[in-house]
Design a protein. Structure first.
Length: 141
């Protein structure tokens, strides 16, 4: 079982664990949904490719830096949720979102995306939405 320690807003440590079934489930080819909140508080839900780094306790999404999802994730205190579904199996990952723009983080996220899905199109404005996972729910954990 992969475990990652997170701290909630009160500074209390919490461990997010991923069993081998969950790690394998997040290696399979599935399109996921990403939910972020717009500045007015309404949800923005879009299909995305997601990679899970169970050791680090983060989920990553590559996207254009000017996209609504990236702008939402860059808001102070932004939260994000990704959900992956396959028939009756699903996992939802929730956490604090941040946007990474440094070349090393982008290259690492592209490498992980390519391993799971395919090589993405060239995008000089690419960024990484990184979700520090603090809650996991679902039938595959």
């Amino acid at each position: 079982m992969k475990a990652h320690k997170e701290h909630n807003s009160q500074g209390v440590a919490r461990v997010v664990e991923f069993g081998p079934e969950a790690v394998e489930f997040w290696r399979e080819w599935h399109i996921c949904t990403l939910t972020t909140l717009r500045p007015d508080g309404t949800p923005h839900v879009v299909p995305v490719g997601v990679t899970l780094d169970a050791d680090a306790g983060v989920a990553r999404i590559i996207c254009d830096g000017g996209s609504r999802k990236a702008r939402n994730a860059a808001l102070p205190g932004a939260r994000a949720v990704v959900c992956q579904v396959d028939k009756g199996r699903y996992t939802t990952l929730e956490g604090t979102a941040s946007v990474l723009t440094d070349p090393e983080s982008v290259a690492d996220a592209v490498r992980r995306y390519t391993e799971r899905y395919r090589e993405p199109r060239v995008n000089p404005n690419r960024v990484v939405i990184e979700i520090a996972i603090d809650r996991v729910i679902g039938t595959v954990r």
